[in-house]
Design a protein. Structure first.
Length: 175
């Protein structure tokens, strides 16, 4: 799934010709910046979008252009003439794809008995809603420095995104 607010995500586009140009748009038709397009087998392309994806819908549009297309037509006197010009055909908009909100903590967060030994602090990813496949998650501060603190607070989980997309901090409620 694609995540809102994250940059340099790769989007898979189906049913495009390898010589076509591809554009992505937000729901309001604002274009998104594509920095790389790779055509793979089966009329599929993968585009890298440098912009942060919006929270909501995105759609694709492709076009194919051919230069110096020659065809025969009739002139105003009914005579057959050859005409050469550049032609371009645009696709309809693709079906929209829903981009989900970027990384968020689970509603409940971490709930444990302060000072207790039975809580597993080693798997912070369970407190992040839908982390991207391949991401790793760790506490910013070692839990040993704060696990005996009394009261409700928030602690930072650092999510390292796959494919060199950087890191994101997520505030996790701790009770």
């Amino acid at each position: 799934t694609y995540k809102a607010g994250l940059t340099n995500q790769q989007i898979k586009i189906n049913n495009v010709l390898s010589s076509s140009s591809i554009k992505l748009f937000k729901a309001d038709n604002t274009p998104l910046t594509i920095t790389n397009t790779t055509y793979v087998s089966g009329n599929t392309a993968v585009v890298t979008v440098s912009d942060a994806l919006p929270n909501g819908e995105i759609k694709a549009r492709s076009s194919i252009s051919m230069n110096n297309v020659t065809y025969t037509t009739q002139d105003e006197h009914g005579r057959a003439i050859d005409v050469t010009r550049n032609e371009s055909v645009d696709s309809n908009d693709s079906a929209s794809v829903h981009v989900t909100p970027q990384l968020q903590a689970t509603t409940e967060g971490a709930v444990f008995i302060k000072g207790g030994d039975g809580f597993d602090f080693g798997h912070v990813e369970r407190f992040i809603q839908n982390p991207p496949h391949g991401a790793t998650v760790a506490w910013h501060d070692n839990p040993d420095t704060w696990k005996n603190t009394v009261g409700n607070t928030h602690k930072t989980a650092v999510v390292t995104l796959p494919n060199g997309q950087g890191t994101r901090n997520v505030e996790v409620p701790v009770k």
